[in-house]
Design a protein around this ligand. Structure first.
Ligand code: SF4
Length: 308
């Protein structure tokens, strides 16, 4: 009876974690401490794949930096209510606490069958088509219906990934995920059908208008990462004239709606230039001038994802 009561309390705390963290600084600090500790235990002490310690330290720094920024933005009220509730719940349940229920069963069954832990997330290109024609990219080779995974098939892949791996993370790559159309559905329909998953979306950002940003904010489980090459000159040089301005508008739309976003740099040499881009805006509104999440180099991300 006592256990039942305790579990109910934990469930209550989890399902209200976002709101509690948002409103009560003490709860926020508690979760932050727990998150730091969990990241350290897993990456440095456990180091399950026996990676070099320097690599693990970098992963830890990236993880802590993203977490700290997310908590700070939450404190500043820059995320929509659904982002705070839904994304926090997934992150807390998956990263900070021991897996429970179906997630735990799936992880244990996978380990029993294959002798290793299941992958932590799925990286998949829903389509290889794109609305841009960047220099050196293969995406221009895919037009018409080629290079697009049918909606029903990809939906099944996501369901099985969650059920069989106990994983709640997806990284959309491409092509450009926002041009995805199949069976009358678009890319955000996946997020709506899989609310227990967090979707990191690598995107060129040019199609994130106010309406798309609002849908993302309402869903609360989509985190776009908008690619830039640097400032206007470098970005337009590779991605096409006017793309940089569209990216700035996308960031403004997402900030206004309360969508967490970031920006991976495709070139390490231009990385320092990317950091201020999310902050670039002609707006005088404080909210519009705030980056809503963080920035990291795709080269480092590759290292980071290699262990999952
Ligand atoms: S936006 Fe990305 S996928 Fe599209 S053409 Fe450019 S590099 Fe390729």
């Amino acid at each position: 009876m006592e256990t039942y009561g305790f579990e109910r309390m934990v469930d209550y705390l989890l399902s209200n974690a976002g709101s509690l963290m948002h409103h009560i600084p003490m709860v926020r600090n508690l979760f932050m401490r727990k998150a730091r500790q969990a990241a350290y235990e897993y990456l440095i002490k456990e180091n399950p794949d026996r990676r070099p310690i320097a690599v693990q330290m970098e992963k830890l720094q990236i993880t802590l930096s993203l977490m700290e920024t997310a908590f700070k933005r939450m404190e500043e009220g820059l995320y929509s209510k659904n982002v705070v509730n839904r994304a926090s719940k997934i992150v807390i349940e998956e990263l900070m606490l021991e897996p429970k229920g179906k997630t735990r069963q799936a992880k244990e069954a996978f380990r029993a069958q294959y002798g290793r832990r299941p992958p932590g997330f799925l990286v998949i290109a829903p389509t290889l088509k794109c609305n841009l024609r960047c220099k050196g990219c293969y995406a221009k080779s895919f037009d018409g219906s080629s290079g697009t995974i049918p909606f029903s098939l990809l939906d099944r892949i996501l369901t099985e990934k969650t059920d069989l791996w106990g994983s709640h993370y997806v990284a959309w790559v491409g092509g450009e995920p926002t041009v995805y159309r199949s069976e009358g559905k678009d890319i955000l329909d996946f997020a709506e059908r899989h609310l227990d998953n967090l979707f990191l979306m690598f995107t060129n950002g040019t199609l994130i208008d106010q309406e798309v940003a609002k849908r993302m904010a309402d869903l609360g489980n989509v985190v776009p990462q908008v690619s830039v090459e640097g400032f206007e000159k470098e970005t337009d040089e590779r991605r096409g004239k006017g793309v940089f301005k569209k990216i700035l508008r996308a960031f403004e739309n997402m900030r206004e709606a309360g969508v967490p976003s970031g920006s991976p740099s495709h070139r390490c040499d231009t990385m320092p230039n990317c950091l201020p881009v999310m902050n670039s805006s002609t707006s005088t509104s404080r909210k519009r001038r705030q980056p809503s999440h963080g920035s990291f180099s795709i080269c480092r991300l590759a290292e980071t994802t290699a262990w999952i």
